[in-house]
Structures are given as structure tokens and as C-alpha cells.
Design a protein around this ligand. Structure first.
Ligand code: CO8
Length: 261
């Protein structure tokens, strides 16, 4: 499928990269871009060979500097609501993909940009990353899930502080808060992400998908039901050839060659 505002490419077998590509406006998210992010994520989700999706922004200055303020400026309340719902749908498609999705963040990652990154499973940051939810500085609330996903990631009090002040944090503080998993030099972070994706791609693909779904779905369940879900998935793993191969390879002291079945 052809896209105007994003670039979707398979960088190597099973490793897809989705790049928000509006560098002149620091990759700001307008309606068309939101729709394309959802469509591109769905396209990756339809590829049975997909193992990992990396999500990033083009250019050196920004991952994504937020929702598109030029588009939003004249919105009515109804249009604002619909714009938000559009983003929520696209981000949910991303978040519920069966494979891991890693945000690779250099430069500005603000407002809708941080909300997009938090719809990914985890973030890797370049040293230049600047993250925040500055919506209140524009007289609006977060609208793409930030008020919900940020507290789930870093706890209520610190999320509250960042959302209510609009304060921007750097990569080091984001690392300390657990908002990003690792920080690398800007010119290394994409290579590090690809190396991490390769590691994941070498693991049992069915186990990786099941494990991701356990973490995502379990967060909305009480502990008993979440653990019951894990027991089911664990049992299901034993119906796969990958389990036979993984354990035989361990006992034979050789690398496993998983087939994803
Ligand atoms: N929307 C549209 N255009 C943008 C945005 C944006 N969010 N951010 C930057 N741009 C544009 C600038 O207008 C400028 O365009 P032009 O060259 O045509 O004038 C170009 O990108 C480069 O930007 P700057 O010249 O401003 O670059 P600086 O290096 O001076 O500054 C900043 C970079 C600090 C990132 C600055 O651009 C900035 O503060 N941007 C806005 C950041 C922001 O507030 N983001 C949050 C937006 S609100 C949001 O995301 C809410 C989501 C929920 C919506 C709710 C639904 C209704």
C-alpha cells in the first residue's frame, strides 16, 4: 500500500520500520498521518512473517512534535472529539499488534508524539530526546491517551506533574523514570533497535506473540484472571513445534531454529 505521510519498509526479514515522514513540520500528526499510521500498523499485522515493528520519525530534530496545531487550531468541540477518537483508534491498532513494537525516539517527542510512543511496547531513546505532554500550555488536555498511558508507565504522581506543568524532560530523566528503556547516542540508536529486533526475531515467534498478549491483556485483568490467562498460554505453547525445537536445542547445546509453528 502507498502512503503519503509515513514510510513503511521491511528493513530485513521480519523486521519492519514505520517512519512518520513530515520533517518540515517536525512530523506533526495530522488526520491523514494518523489514518496512515493505523493502516500501516494493520498492514504489518497481516504479515505472518512479521517479528518486530520499529516506529520512528524522519529527520534529526524530532520523533514527533505533537498533534498538528495548524489543523487543530480552528476545531469545534465536536471536531476535537473526533480527531482524538481517530488517534485513539490508530494507536490501539498499533498497541494491539501481536508483535513487539518499539519506538525509536530522537529529538522532540511531545504531546501526541509521546502518546504515539507510549502506544508502542517500549521506547529506546537517542541522547537528544526531549519528551513531554505540553497540551496544557496550549489550553487543551492530552487527547491521544497521554493522561491514561503516562500514569500507567511512570506512576500517578510523576505523570500528574508532567501533564499539569507541561514540563519537558530529557533522555536521562526519562530513563530514570522508566519511560524509556535505554538511551544511546543519536547516531547509534536505530542500529541498537535493529540489533534488539534481531534478538527478538531469533526467539520462538509464537511464544513472543503469546507473551506480548499476556502482558497487554493482563494489565486490564485482576491477578487471578491474568494468571489464569498465563497458564492457558503456557499450556498452549506445548502444542507448538517451536517448544519441541526450543527444548531439544537447549538439551543438545545448539541454537534453536524456530519455525513459528
Ligand atoms: N504542529 C504543527 N506544526 C508544528 C508542530 C506541531 N505540533 N511542531 C512544530 N511544527 C512546525 C512549526 O510550525 C514549524 O513550521 P514552519 O517552519 O512552517 O514555521 C516547523 O515545524 C519547525 O518548528 P519550529 O520552527 O517551531 O522549530 P523549533 O526548533 O524552533 O522548535 C519545538 C521546536 C520546540 C518542538 C516547537 O516547534 C514546538 O513547541 N512545537 C509544538 C510542540 C507541542 O506543543 N506539541 C504538542 C501539540 S498538542 C498535542 O499533541 C495534543 C494531542 C492531543 C490532541 C487532542 C485532540 C483534539
Amino acid at each position: 500500500m502507498a502512503y503519503d505521510n509515513v514510510v513503511l519498509e521491511e528493513v530485513e526479514a521480519g523486521i519492519w520500520r514505520l517512519t512518520v515522514n513530515r520533517p518540515k513540520s517536525l512530523n506533526a500528526l495530522n488526520s491523514a498521518t494518523l489514518d496512515e499510521i493505523g493502516a500501516a500498523a494493520a498492514e504489518v499485522g497481516r504479515d505472518p512473517g512479521a517479528r518486530v515493528l520499529l516506529l520512528t520519525g524522519s529527520g534529526e530534530k524530532a520523533f514527533v512534535a505533537g498533534a498538528d496545531i495548524s489543523e487543530m487550531q480552528a476545531f469545534t468541540a465536536d471536531e476535537g472529539h473526533r480527531f482524538s477518537m481517530r488517534a485513539m483508534a490508530a494507536f490501539r491498532t498499533l498497541e494491539t499488534l501481536p508483535i513487539p513494537v518499539i519506538a525509536v525516539v530522537r529529538g522532540y517527542c511531545l504531546g501526541g508524539g509521546l502518546e504515539l510512543a507510549m502506544a508502542c511496547d517500549w521506547l529506546l531513546a537517542g541522547a537528544s530526546a526531549a519528551l513531554g505532554q505540553p497540551e496544557v500550555t496550549l489550553g487543551v488536555t492530552p487527547g491521544f491517551g497521554g493522561s491514561q498511558r503516562l500514569p500507567r508507565r511512570i506512576g500517578t504522581a510523576m505523570a500528574m506533574e508532567l501533564i499539569l506543568t507541561g514540563r519537558r524532560i530529557d533522555a536521562t530523566e526519562a530513563l530514570r523514570l522508566g519511560l524509556v528503556n535505554h538511551v544511546h547516542p543519536d547516531d547509534r540508536v536505530m542500529d541498537e533497535a535493529i540489533a534488539m529486533a534481531r534478538d527478538i526475531a531469533a526467539r520462538g515467534p509464537i511464544a513472543v506473540r503469546l507473551a506480548k498478549s499476556l502482558v497487554v491483556r493482563g494489565q486490564d485483568l485482576d491477578l487471578d484472571n491474568a494468571c489464569a490467562l498465563e497458564s492457558q498460554a503456557f499450556g498452549l505453547s506445548f502444542s507448538t513445534e517451536d517448544q519441541k525445537e526450543g527444548m531439544a536445542a537447549f538439551l543438545a547445546r545448539r541454537p534453536a531454529a524456530f519455525k513459528g509453528r
